[in-house]
Design a protein around this ligand. Structure first.
Ligand code: GLU
Length: 437
């Protein structure tokens, strides 16, 4: 059995950020790859800023991404006694002292703090060159709560964490934490500081760059598997050009050593592309199930009740949907009662004076097809006969008919579109447009 133990230590002061999610993911992948344990520790010592709402969201986002944790959640807010006892030990050894209600740790004043980062190699801090590092460290604040640097060391040691995998932004905390390990004779973990996720301007990814919480991406219809695949490749590579990797493949191939040392730029376009790849692979029934809530949100739930019809519709769009929330908009003309072409589409229809007659005839033709025969193939055959009769080419007929039926110049396959619109809606739209051209 592997002895690897890692933890993800979110502070419940905001929703799960894309960057934190990737930290969680790298910890999870490493643990699963090594057959070790992945724990979650809730760093909720800041009672003012910590909110249950954030905690619930962080946990549900982690679950949605499939980052299941081992054991029970550890809450720092419930461990004050342990931190206090540990601080007392330091006081007894003369390594810490009280200052009113606060407790301060005597930091070493000279020499170097050195550690070997798994990714960056040896990192050194010369205490004389960094006087602020040599300042005594508050470990208990005057309000009676432990500080981040102290609680983290106490917990990582107590939980037997073997590898601390966290964001680069914590590199500067490590030289404050290491002297505490020494003073308390705690076994030091391996440190691995992973680069931050950057926005397109190469500054740290933040709200200025668009959505940053996993919650928002999931709500927009990014599939958890695609998000996991994308975030893993954002800062790690399997060593070849493979881009679509299943969760199992990622677990199998993941190596901390291969994490990139420099920040990776988050690209929404790339994520959309990858999501599209996962949407293509979903079984039709599953994709349909996932799309229904988005349709309901737009009030399109009535028609969505016809399962066979809906699955056929979804199949027409499976190659075109990149994120699920876009589907109702792409397919709106199937759900709306009336569509009115506008702008250039309508102007085009006005230019060909054969179209009025063509649309009226086409409406009659569609209505004349018995329900039992109203299907793509027969619609196509009959439509082609009409084109011949009217002396129109496929292009001359189909393009304007598409505009009349969908209000758009692009749509999925024309005859499939007619079939799925249904006889009544199609005929009605064709007749209605003749009054406008
Ligand atoms: N609670 C810290 C954070 O949210 C975790 C730091 C650590 O992993 O040591 O950044």
């Amino acid at each position: 059995m592997s002895s690897v133990k890692v933890r993800f230590a979110p502070s419940p002061t905001g929703f799960l950020h894309v960057g934190s999610a990737r930290t969680a993911l790298f910890n999870w992948l490493f643990a699963r790859h090594e057959g070790g344990k992945f724990y979650i520790r809730i760093e909720d010592t800041d009672r003012e800023r910590s909110k249950d709402e954030f905690l619930d969201e962080i946990l549900s986002s982690l679950k949605a991404l499939g980052l299941e944790w081992d054991g029970e959640l550890v809450f720092q807010s419930k461990r004050t006694d342990y931190y206090r006892q540990t601080a007392e030990k330091l006081i007894q050894k003369g390594l810490a002292y009280t200052d009113g209600p606060a407790i301060l740790f005597r930091m070493p004043k000279t020499g170097k703090v050195v550690f070997e980062d798994l990714l960056h190699g040896a990192i050194e801090f010369d205490l004389e060159a960094h006087p602020s590092l040599a300042e005594d460290l508050v470990i208990f604040k005057s309000d009676g709560s432990p500080t981040y640097n102290f609680a983290v060391v106490c917990d990582d040691a107590d939980m037997g964490i073997t590898h601390v995998i966290r964001g680069d932004d914590h590199i500067s905390n490590t030289p404050k934490q290491l002297p505490l390990y020494e003073a308390l004779s705690f076994k030091k973990p391996v440190f691995c500081h992973i680069p931050l996720i950057l926005g397109p301007d190469r500054s740290r990814l933040s709200k200025r760059h668009g959505a940053t919480s996993i919650r928002d991406y999931l709500a927009e219809g990014f599939l958890p598997e695609a998000v996991v695949n994308y975030l893993t490749l954002l800062g790690w590579s399997p060593g070849n050009n493979e881009e679509i990797l299943s969760r199992e493949a990622l677990v199998k191939k993941f190596e901390l050593k291969r994490v990139l040392k420099t920040g990776a730029v988050f690209s929404r376009e790339k994520l959309e592309w990858m999501n599209g790849q996962y949407v293509r692979k979903l079984p039709l029934a599953e994709l349909t199930d996932k799309l229904i809530p988005y349709l309901q949100n737009c009030g399109y739930d009535k028609l969505a009740g016809d399962r066979a019809w809906l699955e056929k519709l979804v199949s027409l769009f499976q190659e075109r949907v990149f994120r699920l929330a876009r589907f109702p908009e792409l397919a709106a003309f199937f759900f709306e009662e009336v569509v009115i072409p506008s702008g250039e589409g309508l102007e085009e229809l006005k230019r060909d004076n054969r179209l009025k007659n063509c649309f009226l005839k086409y409406a009659d033709l569609l209505e004349s097809i018995p329900d039992s025969q109203f299907e793509t193939k027969i619609i196509e055959e009959k439509s082609r006969l009409l084109m011949k009769e009217l002396g129109m080419s496929g292009k001359e007929f189909i393009h304007p008919s598409r505009v009349a039926l969908t209000g758009r110049t692009v749509s999925p396959g024309f005859f499939d579109t007619v079939y799925l619109l249904g006889k009544r809606k199609a005929a009605d739209r064709l007749r209605r447009i003749t009054k406008l051209i």
